[in-house]
Design a protein around this ligand. Structure first.
Ligand code: NOJ
Length: 614
């Protein structure tokens, strides 16, 4: 892979009224369990999100994406949905969701919700009906046809239908017991046994999800993040595949004795990933969304590589965005990042879609910790006390510089709650408290994702760092007066130093860095600018350097005044190497750098700066 010069034309979309809001939106992921607890039960809730909207407004994001808040037994943090049209009492009520939508819209924030179409919860009425029904009857067969039931292999059907492995570890099949008490068929679950896979060949399943889309669109949601978007359709005949897919890696674990393969690589097709049939589903959904005039967006969570395959999800008439996990997986490595950016822009250009950039989410070790590992491209599924502990200060510095890369790039950016605080992973969580099904299903071999889901610290001095809110309005209202239940996962002591009240309005804090970056990004319209690698770009030496040109061009007119918008060129310079690099002296003024990044005309290692070119 080379990192030759690459440029994109000035965005046609800029300053055009038909430019949809999501093209360059900065979208903040709220993991409702861990964002803010308004009712004092130690679990985050929708009222907590509502109360913290002023914080998000202050930060300056365009939208929030809410991870699932639907009725759920919470066996997989809510990605096990029992009722797609209602709110789990843990998080509030449907009226709370409606009130949150209204309040967010009032604050100028769009709201994306999570859609989980690959599987339901085993507590979903469809599944309980399927289990209770007699499979020998027509009604029983119809109920079971919504899921992936199959007879077992071998004597008495005692062996699973094939060798597929659950992403969370262990077999992807669980045997049922027929209503009359004898062992019966098996059902497929690519994730936990409490998450049976739906059968997307069943027209009733397709109708149901179109109806669910409309249910939320009618309530005004601005889009959907589509869970496991690459998994809905399985290959005909369910052929064996002996590689366990990585949850958050692009390499799998060989459970069959075969050589290691990359299950996301289309050269070795995975019979339950990236099948052609998924695209028809998204073309149908695109039509449903097009019935609404408020430009709802669909973003694919698809662990698919290479990027050429991923961008097929955002061809015209399908999804609008797909998470760019290649960028996320590149780690703190200039060559890998440079390649990821180059290929992403090329592939996006081919299908006419905007890019997305993301560094962390609720499934990944937080990047502030990953970047502090001795190998900052490592991608473990969780960290525990016995694992290598990240260098916290180094990870923090790199995370801040990474934000300057991410938010300088044209396209849309996704932030995970706490990114803006420079929050690290909880890397020493007591194993007894872990809730991620991966931990149990791999017998502890993988720590899983609890460490990145630890409740947010709002107040340094309060119990639970103020996760349980006080009753006044606003994040700075002060914590509850000592009556709160402990947060559902304990926070590490170090979280105090990262608490929001230590950062908001505090010069030099990570929150203020994000706020300024978002402000400049918006002001200069970087999100729809034209990208080009700069002459300074030198990834082999650890230097990433690109320019983003905004304004000017054919469409460079202010929409309100009609006046021509002057062209602006911003240089983003990041030093991922080990030695300081010279910064351009003559033709650029630093508009922005962070903590001790620029010293004596040089950019320090693990730092970044933005320059406005004259
Ligand atoms: C991806 C989600 O992000 C993850 O949290 C969940 O466990 C799996 N899909 C299964 O729904």
């Amino acid at each position: 892979m080379t990192t030759g010069p690459l440029s994109t034309p000035p965005s046609e979309a800029r300053n055009r009224p038909e430019n949809p809001w999501w093209v360059d939106a900065v979208i903040y992921q709220v993991y409702p369990r861990s964002f803010a607890d308004a009712d004092g039960d130690g679990m985050g809730d929708l009222a907590g999100v509502m109360q913290q909207l002023p914080y998000l407004e202050q930060l300056g994001v365009d939208a929030i994406w809410l991870s699932p808040f639907y009725v759920s037994p919470q066996r997989d943090g809510g990605y096990d949905v029992a009722d797609y049209r209602d709110v789990d009492p843990l998080f509030g009520t449907l009226e709370d969701a409606e009130a949150l939508l209204e309040a967010a819209h009032g604050a100028g924030l769009r709201v994306i919700v999570d859609l989980v179409p690959n599987h339901t919860s085993s507590a979903h009425p469809w599944f309980t009906e399927a289990l209770a029904a007699d499979p020998a009857t027509e009604a029983g067969r119809a109920a079971r046809d919504r899921y992936m039931f199959r007879p077992g292999q071998g004597p008495g059907g005692a062996q699973p239908p094939n060798n597929w492995q659950s992403t969370f570890g262990g077999p992807a099949w669980t045997r049922t017991v027929d209503p009359h008490g004898t062992p019966g068929d098996w059902y497929l679950h690519l994730f936990d046994s409490s998450q049976p896979d739906l059968n997307w060949d069943n027209p009733g399943v397709r109708d149901e999800f179109e109806d669910i889309l409309r249910f939320w669109l009618d309530r005004g949601v601005d889009g959907f993040r589509v869970d496991v978007a690459h998994g809905l359709v399985k290959a005909e005949g369910l052929p064996d595949h002996g590689i366990r897919p990585g949850m958050i890696t692009d390499s799998g674990e060989d459970v069959s004795g075969h050589a290691e393969e990359n299950p996301g690589d289309h050269a070795h097709p995975v019979p339950y990933h990236d099948q052609e049939g998924v695209h028809a589903v998204y073309r149908d959904w695109n039509q449903v969304l097009a019935e609404y005039s408020h430009e709802p967006v669909m973003v694919a969570e698809a662990w698919v590589s290479p990027l050429e395959r991923l961008f097929r999800y955002v061809r015209p008439g399908e999804m609008h965005q797909a998470f760019n996990f290649t960028f996320l997986l590149a780690g703190w490595d200039a060559v890998r990042l440079s390649d990821a950016i180059t290929v992403s822009l090329e592939e996006a250009g081919k299908v006419g879609a905007p890019n997305t950039w993301v560094l962390s989410n609720h499934d990944t070790v937080r990047h502030a910790s990953r970047f502090g590992l001795s190998d900052p491209t490592r991608y473990p599924n969780g960290l525990g006390a016995e694992d290598e502990q990240p260098d916290e200060a180094l990870g923090w510095r790199r995370a801040r510089a990474a934000a300057m890369i991410e938010l300088g790039l044209p396209g849309s950016a996704y932030l995970y709650q706490g990114d803006e605080l420079g929050l690290p992973e909880h890397t020493t969580l007591d194993d007894a408290l872990r809730q991620d099904p991966t931990f149990v299903r791999t017998a502890g071999a993988e720590k899983g994702r609890d460490g990145c889901r630890v409740p947010m610290p709002w107040h340094a001095e309060a119990p639970g760092f103020g996760f349980t809110l006080g009753t006044d309005e606003g994040y700075d209202a002060g914590p509850a007066a000592g009556t709160a239940t402990a947060p559902w996962l304990p926070q590490p002591e170090s979280f105090g130093a990262y608490a929001a009240d230590r950062q908001v309005d505090v010069e030099g804090s990570t929150f203020e860095l994000y706020r300024e970056l978002l402000g400049v990004r918006g002001e200069l319209d970087l999100g729809t600018g034209a990208f080009a690698w700069s002459g300074l770009h030198s990834p082999e030496l650890g230097v990433l350097a690109f320019t983003v040109t905004t304004g000017g061009g054919q469409h460079g007119h202010d929409l309100d005044s009609g006046e021509r918008v002057p062209e602006q060129v911003v240089l983003v310079l990041a030093n991922l190497g080990e030695t300081a690099v010279d910064v351009p002296e003559d033709d650029a003024a630093a508009i922005f750098s962070h903590h001790e990044a620029l010293q004596d005309g040089q950019l320090m290692p693990d730092s970044a700066a933005w320059f406005l070119k004259r």
